[in-house]
Write a protein that binds this ligand. Structure first.
Ligand code: HEM
Length: 773
């Protein structure tokens, strides 16, 4: 009744003697107050012990406080912290509203924090951010305590702006001074918490807290005064600032002003102004405390539509800047169309079939470009490879040659003997290692590279039999190992230009040069061979086909184009096929019932007295389902190859600027439980009745649209024939009781963390046929 009579804001019941409403409060305070406001209204009167507190939780009430009542509320309460660390309520933050406060506010706005002053010290901030990035880069793959790293960054920035000193990390000047400063800061943040004596005066009799504040205050004042003296004597000696006259530290600015107006700029004013940045920092850090404590290694990452925390150990420094898993986690919380800044590069990440559809239908031409990444500069002939060429005439020409001359159904048919031959080599090898653990990743690797090199140049570079030129093979293998290693390396410089690693660039250049020389040698060999035997039997290899076309259309079929196409086959066509076969066989070993069903299908379709060949694949729908299910769960290119927009467009209503990199997270789409029933289960049957390896925009292992994979036919033939033959001819088992480890490793494609090893023995029904290989 009294409250109504006095027109006071509502106040929750009960307000207890001595403690008032403190019993209702929990940490974090803002959440707790929000809950109370939800219940009792947006303007509340609470008692924190003996202190009256008005809590405001609506825009209109906040407006009233900071417009109509702004002057009335411009005061600060007298709290213990302000008494001892706010120089007895004389600092800018704790001073009562009045002349002293007005003076300090004017100085800080004009002399320290104006846009102009901040601009002059921009280089300092930039430098500290670079040092942090360098530190993160050096610690990639390790857990980094981001809270401390960001804290140190902020304190270094502040101290460099104030007094030109770094007190954290490397390149510190005075070690002892830095130690003292760090100790003072640590204690300041520690004591900055709530002091119950501020609300319950009775508790003030326990003076412990107050003593600590007084002691800290003294040490802080001494420290700051020493800095003031240091700068004063420097200036007296004529040793001015860090870099140029313009880029003065705050200390210098204030000391110069002191010379002109000693009354206004006293030492104590300067000391107190020096502490302003740390107060702001304290609030920033305390504001985030709850979140960061829960997820201590959090990496705050600002994006266009939200703020996210990523665990740094998950952050994909190592496998290129992005991994499908991290991006999926973020998309799960924030939506299927996200706009990021990776360093300076805008990146659109798409994680839903409808958004992918919009990118590859309505916006297909716009997104048909590729970003210019360092890897592509050196290993893709300055972006002239088919896979990395910008969308335009050159790319169209390459795509036409690849589709018609190399990867057309007709050409693939002509070269089917090579693939069959290599599968037979593999089976002979397996026959020699019955019941022994076999490294299948290595076996698939050798098979695929031999297939490609035989298609390209008629050469086998892996396996002992029929090896024509040992030295050439060794050179090839060496180059290949280096290429794969470099292809998986991160180049932060693609995203943050000043972090460009000249060492990585040099290695890429050297590797690119070696590959170029190797391919040129092969072209010359074939040129010589074709000259010496112009009517030679069947121009079968890819080099021969392209060299013959060069004779008639030399401007289209240059040596550069031929080398580029050879390398595309080796780069784009190998790892993808190898990983698919490895995942598929791993899944089968963990699901013997599916393996059995596939064996039965093959036995019912292919007669016993012959080996399966590529023409049988169309009659083996269950084998096809197994391959599709493998693609679904473990897509070899989980984010597709990055695209880039050549003009502004919209995706799901969001504006996407020109020059934005597009990543389509097909791994996330293909494993989304909202889209797939039992998404985590290996269930090939789900694809029964599906033609091809695409299911709308839900299953896209080869991408789609203009830049979709042109090697789909070849990839499916290699995978289908190899897998089908291994199922037809051998009984497979795991090495021990344990299931095959299905963890994913990092790399440019999606490799298994552990290479697949398994045992096999020839099936009784196939023994005779196998012994004739
Ligand atoms: C299992 C096997 C394979 C899979 C899963 C696969 C998957 C892909 C994917 C997802 C893309 C990116 C599409 C995009 O950017 O939207 C791609 C591009 C490409 N793939 Fe494949 N691929 C396979 C085999 C092959 C083979 C055997 C070749 C043989 C030459 C090949 C040549 C290429 C080329 C040249 C591109 C770039 C096309 C362009 O930028 O215009 N791929 N592949």
């Amino acid at each position: 009744f009294l409250r109504k009579f006095r027109n006071h804001p509502p106040s929750p019941f009960p307000s207890l003697p001595i403690i008032g409403h403190l019993h209702l409060l929990k940490k974090p305070l803002h959440h707790s107050l929000a809950k109370i406001s939800n219940k009792h209204g947006p303007v509340l009167l609470l008692n924190f012990g003996s202190r009256r507190v008005l809590v405001v939780s609506s825009p209109s009430a906040a407006e009233e406080c900071f417009t109509q009542n702004d002057i009335a509320f411009a005061n600060r309460p007298f709290l213990l912290f302000g008494k001892h660390l706010g120089n007895n309520y004389t600092s800018l933050v704790w001073s009562p509203y009045g002349d002293n406060w007005r003076n300090l506010r004017r100085i800080s706005s004009l002399q320290l924090l104006s846009t102009n002053c901040l601009q002059l010290l921009y280089a300092t901030r930039l430098d500290e951010v670079r040092l942090l990035l360098r530190k993160l880069f050096d610690n990639r793959d390790r857990t980094v305590d981001m809270k401390s790293a960001l804290f140190e960054l902020m304190l270094n920035v502040m101290m460099r702006m104030i007094a030109g000193k770094r007190y954290y990390g490397d390149n510190m000047g005075e070690i002892e001074q830095a130690k003292r400063f760090r100790q003072i800061m640590r204690e300041t943040f520690l004591l900055a918490g709530t002091n119950m004596g501020d609300f319950m005066p009775l508790l003030k009799i326990f003076k412990k807290m107050e003593k600590r504040l007084i002691n800290l205050h003294q040490r802080r004042e001494e420290f700051m005064q020493e800095l003031v003296e240091e700068w004063r004597s420097r200036m007296n000696d004529g040793k001015s600032s860090l870099v140029t006259e313009k880029k003065k530290t705050m200390m210098e600015v204030l000391l110069s002003l002191q010379e002109k107006e000693p009354e206004t700029y006293k030492d104590e004013t300067i000391r107190s102004l020096m502490m302003i940045p740390f107060r702001v920092l304290r609030w920033r850090i305390k504001g985030k405390r709850q979140k960061l404590d829960n997820n201590n290694k959090a990496f705050a990452f600002t994006m266009n539509r939200a703020c996210y925390s990523l665990k740094l150990e998950n952050f994909p420094w190592q496998a290129g800047i992005f991994t499908y898993l991290t991006l999926w986690k973020i998309a799960n919380q924030n939506g299927p169309v996200l706009f990021f800044k990776f360093g300076l590069r805008p990146v659109l990440v798409v994680t839903s079939p409808s958004a992918a559809e919009e990118c590859f239908t309505k916006n297909d031409i716009i997104f048909a470009n590729r970003p210019r990444l360092l890897l592509a500069k050196h290993l893709a002939y300055n972006y002239t490879y088919l896979s990395w060429a910008p969308y335009g005439d050159h790319w169209r020409n390459l795509r036409r040659i690849a589709s018609i001359e190399i990867l057309s159904t007709n050409r693939l048919q002509l070269l089917s003997g090579i693939r069959m031959d290599e599968v037979k080599y593999l089976m002979r090898k397996l026959l020699g290692h019955q019941d022994e653990p076999v490294d299948l990743r290595r076996a698939f690797f050798e098979l695929t590279f031999n297939v490609m090199m035989r298609m390209i140049a008629g050469k086998r570079y892996y396996g002992c039999e029929n090896m024509e030129d040992m030295e050439e093979a060794r050179r090839f293998r060496e180059i290949q190992v280096e290429t794969l290693e470099l292809a998986g390396a991160t180049n932060l410089g693609d995203f943050i230009p000043w972090l460009k690693s000249s060492k990585l660039e040099r290695r890429l250049m050297e590797c690119g040069k070696k590959r170029d020389e190797f391919m040129q040698d092969l072209i010359e060999q074939h040129r010589r061979k074709m000259k010496s035997d112009p009517d030679g039997e069947g121009k079968k290899t890819m080099i021969e086909i392209l060299l013959s076309l060069q004779e008639s259309e030399s401007e289209y079929y240059t040596d550069e184009i031929i080398k580029g196409l050879m390398l595309v086959l080796l780069m784009a066509g190998t790892e993808t096929s190898i990983t698919t076969m490895e995942w598929a066989l791993s899944l089968l070993l963990n699901h013997p019932e599916v393996l059995k069903k596939a064996q039965t299908e093959i036995a019912n379709t292919v007669e016993h007295e012959r080996l399966l060949d590529e023409s049988d694949l169309a009659q083996l729908p269950y084998l096809r389902c197994i391959i599709n299910e493998t693609f679904r769960m473990y897509p070899p290119v989980p984010l597709l190859v990055p695209h880039e927009s050549s003009e502004e467009c919209t995706v799901e209503g969001f504006r996407v600027p020109r020059g934005t990199m597009l990543l389509v997270n097909i791994w996330a789409i293909q494993n989304d439980p909202k889209i797939w029933e039992d998404a985590a289960r290996f269930k090939p049957e789900r694809f029964e009745g599906l033609e091809g390896a695409r299911d709308g925009f839900k299953l896209l292992p080869f991408g789609t649209g203009r830049r979709g994979c042109p090697g789909e036919g070849l990839g499916l033939r290699i995978v289908g024939l190899t897998l089908g033959s291994l199922i037809q001819c051998f009984e497979w088992s795991r090495i021990g009781e344990e299931m095959i480890d299905m963890r994913e490793g990092t790399g440019i494609t999606m490799p298994k963390a552990q290479p697949l090893k398994a045992k096999c023995r020839p099936r009784a029904t196939m023994l005779k046929l196998l012994s004739q290989l």
